[in-house]
Design a protein around this ligand. Structure first.
Ligand code: AMP
Length: 206
C-alpha cells in the first residue's frame, strides 16, 4: 500500500469542527494518541498531525503534510503557496481594525501616526499601505485587545467573531480587512502525484 495521506490539523478553535468533519466523512482520528505526534485514523490510508494554526501552512507548503485544515487568516498572513481546494464552512470570523469606542477614528490628536497592535503584521501593513495611510505596526502574539487600554497601541487589527471581546474592552469595529473561514489546504506537488487520493478525500468531505 502507498504511504498514508498526511493531514495537518490546526490546534485551537478549528480543531473540534475539523475532527467532526473528518468523522462525518468516515475518517475518525484516534481519540487517544498518547504522546504520538503522527496520529493514525480509522482509515489506514489517512494519518494526522496537530500543529499550531500558522504551522499548518508551513507543513503543507513544504510537503511535510499533503493536506491541512486552517483558517484563511493564517494562510493570507504567511502568503503560503498552497492550493485551497475546499472551503469547509466553519470557523467563520473576520479580521478587522478596531479602536477605542469613545475616541474618534481615524483621526488622532495632533495628527499623530497610529500605532497598531496585531498578530497579523503583514495583513495589517498591506491594508494600511493600500489605503495610503501611514501606521506603525506592533507585533504581539496574543491578548491584542488589551493593547489600547495599556497605551501600547492606538488601534488593533484582530479576529472578531461575536464582537463580545471587543465590546468588553471598550473597542469598536471600524474596518473589515478580510472575511475568514476554515479551508482545506493542499500541497501542490502532492495533489498532482496523489490526485486520486486527494479527490477521494475531497469528495468525502464535500
Ligand atoms: P469574539 O469575542 O467572539 O468576537 O471573539 C474574539 C476573540 O476570539 C479574539 O481574541 C479572536 O482572536 C478570537 N477568535 C475569534 N474567532 C476566531 C477564529 N475563527 N479563530 C481563532 N481565533 C478567533
Amino acid at each position: 500500500m502507498s504511504a498514508p495521506i498526511r493531514i495537518a490539523l490546526a490546534k485551537g478553535r478549528l480543531y473540534d469542527d475539523a475532527v467532526a468533519r473528518f468523522a462525518r466523512a468516515g475518517i475518525v482520528i484516534d481519540p487517544a494518541p498518547g504522546r504520538r505526534l503522527l496520529i493514525p485514523s480509522s482509515d489506514p490510508a489517512v494519518e494526522f498531525l496537530v500543529v499550531k494554526p500558522s504551522d499548518v501552512a508551513v507543513y503543507v507548503e513544504s510537503g511535510a503534510a499533503d493536506l491541512g485544515v486552517t483558517g484563511t487568516d493564517v494562510l493570507r498572513e504567511s502568503d503560503a503557496d498552497v492550493l485551497e481546494p475546499l472551503e469547509l464552512g466553519f470557523g467563520a470570523c473576520r479580521l478587522v481594525v478596531a479602536s477605542p469606542a469613545d475616541h474618534p477614528f481615524p483621526a488622532l490628536p495632533g495628527g499623530k501616526t497610529a500605532r497598531v497592535a496585531t498578530k497579523y503584521p503583514n495583513l495589517a501593513w498591506r491594508h494600511f499601505a493600500q489605503a495610503g495611510r501611514p501606521v506603525e505596526i506592533i507585533t504581539v502574539q496574543g491578548s491584542v485587545e488589551v493593547a489600547p487600554l495599556l497605551g501600547l497601541a492606538h488601534w488593533i487589527v484582530d479576529l472578531v467573531d461575536t464582537g463580545n471581546t471587543l465590546r468588553a474592552n471598550g473597542l469598536a469595529e471600524r474596518e473589515t480587512i478580510l472575511q475568514v473561514g476554515a479551508v482545506l489546504a493542499a500541497n501542490r506537488a502532492s495533489q498532482k502525484l496523489k490526485l486520486e487520493q486527494h479527490l477521494q478525500i475531497m469528495a468525502r468531505l464535500g
